[in-house]
Ligand binder design. Structure first.
Ligand SMILES: N[C@@H](CCC(=O)N[C@@H](CS)C(=O)NCC(=O)O)C(=O)O
Length: 203
């Protein structure tokens, strides 16, 4: 397998899951400019990572890639507790991270630059931070009584950790979210997470 990634971006979740599964994989680092040019655009016309190449097949989209790894390496137990409900629970939280939390960061990553007015751009970022605080309060409630977001350690935890890193780096208020703080500490103490961070030069 070959994983195309950009440092610190969402493919860090794939790197963590690869470490948790033990699946061998080559990593290819790309700059933001390289994502928007050939030859990468031939792999993913959307110019986005992650892209995972598996035996000549190109996979894109976090949800698809992470689900593939959980299914293909079942011994790692990253797809739920083995029941239909457990799998649904993993996808519930993976969906929250991928469809609600991740896109809410867009103003912080330049999506509202087109407004052209610094005050307006800052306002859009403040609004995003406030939406993200609400989303992380929901995550915190779930983590109040659990070590892992879906009950058992799963692909959703890897992705959740990535967006929490972004929250820390973009001034989202995580104060008082004790379950979230415990989760971040648990992830940072994990040897697989540490190896994934080191692969991306973030350790
Ligand atoms: N829906 C896509 C989103 C992927 C995505 O947003 N990737 C970001 C990195 S976290 C990216 O490649 N952005 C490039 C850009 O700025 O257009 C997925 O889940 O894989």
């Amino acid at each position: 397998m070959k994983l195309y990634y950009m440092q610190g971006a969402c493919p860090l979740a794939t790197h963590i899951v690869l470490e948790w599964t033990g699946a061998p994989c080559e990593s290819v680092a790309l700059s933001h400019d390289e994502l928007k040019q050939e030859p990468f655009l031939s792999l993913n016309p959307l110019g986005a990572v992650p892209v995972l190449e598996v035996d000549g097949t190109i996979m894109t989209q976090n949800g698809g890639i992470l689900t593939y790894l959980a299914e293909a390496w079942p011994k790692a137990g990253l797809g739920g507790d083995g029941t239909a409900r457990g799998k649904a629970e993993v996808h519930r939280w993976l969906g929250l991270v991928n469809s609600d939390i991740h896109p809410a960061f867009k103003p912080m990553f330049g999506a509202t630059r087109y407004l052209g007015d610094e005050a307006m751009i800052e306002k859009s970022k403040e609004n995003a931070r406030s939406q993200l605080r609400t989303l992380f309060e929901v995550v915190n409630m779930q983590l109040a009584t659990r070590d892992w977001i879906a009950g058992t350690r799963s692909i959703a935890d890897a992705y959740l950790y990535v967006v929490l890193r972004w929250a820390q780096g973009t001034g989202v208020d995580l104060a008082g979210l004790d379950g979230v703080a415990r989760f971040i500490a648990r992830m940072e103490a994990d040897a697989g997470v540490q190896r994934a961070l080191a692969i991306e030069g973030l350790a």
